[in-house]
Design a binder for this molecule. Structure first.
Ligand code: PLP
Length: 364
């Protein structure tokens, strides 16, 4: 049971039913927000307190608010899914709660107990239930819990006032025209995280560091960048927002091991378990960029895909570096293993397949 007492102050200025229907017909991603938001405060004296759900709206921040200067901030991302019978579920929310706690430790932020994390997400979903899209079309309500240093103070030390919030945004099917392979540029100049750094924490700073390389890739006509390890510039880490998988011709699936510099995705862990049940041997180990390139060339690697909550699974086609490229898309489409794993996962999330892992958490 959650110890946090959440006060609910319902907005009296709700988005109209007509407007909501319009938004849910084409929600896009991260552009429309629900009628409410959840906020809680922390101080060393009082711990977590004043948890409340209020009308969604702008924050008023002092220009000296610590997060604006030193980026002491962490976040999470998960989704609420509506099943065909109208019920609403989240997927392994306690994993997100545990990861938020790990990120908090690294960023010197206070721990929010996992049961409080789950309770805050549940409560916002309940209050904004009409924003959870219908079961058809693989839509969902994307939930964004986050925590930041809200003390007004320019000195460098952990903030003594911290704010935790949850906001929610309806999300459409990520791939309107089916899942098409993306092209990946190897980031040869920039790295994302070094040993001892913040790579394993879900923090805005890691994303800030990825924006310039990502934009350069887009400017050159590629979809995403892949980051290599900072020490040897040799081992594949992740895309900066998605974890990677390499499907081999004997059915073995390899994913880079957790070395403290990549983010431990909930989707990543779930796919490791699911692929095992589907009969694949799954290896977590260091995987070099040469092994990727040579494996595609020799045919030993048959499919490559990336995963994360937002897009679930994205197939990868071209891998491009400064003086060459390889392509492992299967007739310009997602390969059969990628498709089977993706389907297996979304079928559990939407209640179309039995949840033999016990991953779903009922909200409504
Ligand atoms: C959130 C995130 C992922 C994917 O994690 P999921 O829990 O599967 O959504 C991968 N890499 C980074 C850097 C992330 O921030």
């Amino acid at each position: 049971m959650s110890a946090l007492d959440i006060a609910v102050h319902r907005s009296n200025d709700l988005v109209s039913d007509d407007r909501l229907a319009e938004i849910l017909a084409a929600p896009g991603f991260g552009t429309h927000f629900t009628d409410h938001m959840l906020t809680a405060e922390w101080t060393p004296e009082r711990g977590w307190h004043d948890a409340r759900i209020t009308a969604y709206g702008p924050l008023s921040l002092d220009p000296a608010t610590a997060v604006l200067h030193y980026a002491q901030e962490i976040f999470e991302g998960l989704k609420a899914y509506r099943h065909a019978d109208g019920s609403v579920w989240t997927f392994r929310p306690e994993m997100n709660g545990e990861r938020l706690a790990r990120s908090a430790r690294r960023l010197a932020l206070p721990q929010l107990p996992v049961e409080d994390f789950v309770a805050t997400v549940d409560e916002l979903v309940k209050v904004d239930e009409r924003w959870v899209p219908g079961a058809e079309g693989e839509m969902s309500l994307y939930l964004r819990p986050f925590m930041f240093a809200s003390e007004k103070f320019l000195g460098v030390r952990p903030s003594k006032h911290v704010t935790y919030m949850v906001i929610a945004s309806p999300a459409g099917a990520y791939f309107a025209r089916g899942i098409k392979p993306v092209s990946i540029l190897v980031s040869e100049h920039y790295t994302r995280a070094a040993t001892g750094g913040m790579g394993a924490a879900k923090t805005g700073g890691n994303y800030a560091a990825s924006l310039a390389p990502q934009q350069e890739a887009i400017d050159h006509g590629y979809d995403q960048v892949v980051f290599l390890d900072a020490l040897e510039r040799k081992y594949v880490e992740e895309l900066g927002g998605m974890n990677l998988y390499f499907v081999h011709d004997d059915g073995t699936i390899v994913t880079p091991e957790l070395t403290g510099t990549i983010l431990e995705g909930v989707t990543r862990g779930s796919i490791i378990e699911l692929a095992g049940v589907l009969g694949h041997k799954v290896e977590e180990r260091r995987f070099s960029i040469d092994e990727w390139r040579d494996g595609v060339t020799s045919g030993r690697i048959t499919e490559v895909f990336a995963c994360g909550t937002a897009a679930v699974i994205t197939p990868i086609g071209r891998l491009v570096w400064s003086d060459g490229e390889v392509d492992c898309s299967v007739d310009g489409d997602a390969g059969p293993v990628t498709q089977r794993i993706r389907q297996g996962l979304v079928d559990i999330q939407y209640g179309r397949a039995e949840d033999t892992f016990g991953w779903l958490h009922r909200v409504l």
